[in-house]
Write a protein that binds this ligand. Structure first.
Ligand SMILES: Nc1ncnc2c1ncn2[C@@H]1O[C@H](COP(=O)(O)OP(=O)(O)O)[C@@H](O)[C@H]1O
Ligand SMILES: [Mg+2]
Length: 267
């Protein structure tokens, strides 16, 4: 069973032109997929169909094999966790603990299970020392970790990260990504929307490129970043590491580890 199947999806916002123009996409369980493309190409609009925030104008979306149209946003949110760019808009409670407990409380889980889940997530997101702190007094990176904690505590099988690192400093970005990598190791399906091609090349197994409401490229990072024509059409810059391997006169590599091995081989 796939995590996500999108079949001939079309979407038009009220009183707008068509934004999603016939998308077919299957995402396997446990896959780490990056969704890239120019601003306005429809990435966020597509991703909002995965947890029912938007519903197809035409076509179908299946989540874990089930037609999404038969599930409410609340039901879909248990399967698909969605982290947005601005964590401030996702903060509602007075303490970090209460903020993370909000979702599980809505599931009517027993109080002991809520506490156990929240305490576990506080540890993995390194927020335990802020358990009783007001969320709005956290730093930008901590707020984004809190937003991620609130998603992770629901134990979703699919995680959608829509530009989760925009505006964060490098250390905060690494903090978020370490958590995401751990979840991916546990077979959580990850869909990462980002403009950072360094992250795309380092982390993803598959890159899907959107242009003007359609999928215009789909392949491994190596395949995508070797396709100059595609990169130009999508206005994408290859990651620094590819340029760097070219400068060194080596075969293009998209991961730091792999390039390091090549360099060592030449010594
Ligand atoms: N609520 C909305 N109503 C009308 N048009 C919208 C709305 N949200 C986004 N759009 C338009 O849909 C297109 C795709 O936007 P979006 O999915 O946000 O792209 P991306 O995430 O790739 O930047 C853009 O042209 C944008 O202006
Ligand atoms: Mg977007």
């Amino acid at each position: 069973m796939n995590s996500i199947d999108v079949e001939n999806l079309h979407f038009t916002y009220p009183e707008s032109k068509e934004i999603i123009k016939g998308i077919n996409l299957s995402v396997k369980k446990g896959e780490f997929l990056s969704l890239v493309g120019q601003n306005g190409s429809g990435k966020t609009t597509l991703a909002k169909h995965f947890n029912g925030l938007l519903r197809p104008s035409k076509g179908k979306v299946f989540i874990l094999g089930e037609d999404a149209k038969n599930s409410s946003i609340a039901e879909l949110s248990r399967k698909v966790g969605h982290l947005f760019q601005n964590p401030e808009n996702q903060i509602f409670e007075e303490t970090v603990f209460a903020e993370i407990a909000f979702g599980p409380r809505n599931l009517n889980l027993p109080e002991e299970e809520i506490e156990a889940r929240v305490d576990k997530v506080l540890k993995t997101t390194r927020l335990a020392k802020y358990r009783d702190t007001h969320p709005l007094s956290l730093s930008g990176g901590e707020k984004q970790r809190l937003a991620l904690a609130s998603v992770v505590v629901m134990e979703p099988q699919i995680l959608v990260l829509d530009e989760p690192t925009t505006g964060l400093d490098l250390l905060s970005i690494m903090g978020i990504l370490e958590i995401v990598k751990e979840l991916h190791k546990k077979n959580v399906t990850v869909i990462l929307i980002t403009h950072d091609m360094g992250l795309v090349s380092e982390l993803s197994e598959r890159v899907v490129v959107m242009g003007n409401g359609q999928i215009i490229g789909d392949g491994t990072p190596k395949e995508i970043f070797a396709d100059d024509d595609l990169l130009e059409r999508a206005s994408l810059e290859p990651p620094q590491i590819m340029k760097f391997s070219k400068i060194l006169g080596l075969k293009p590599e998209v991961k730091v580890d792999a390039l390091y091995k090549r360099i060592v081989e030449t010594l």
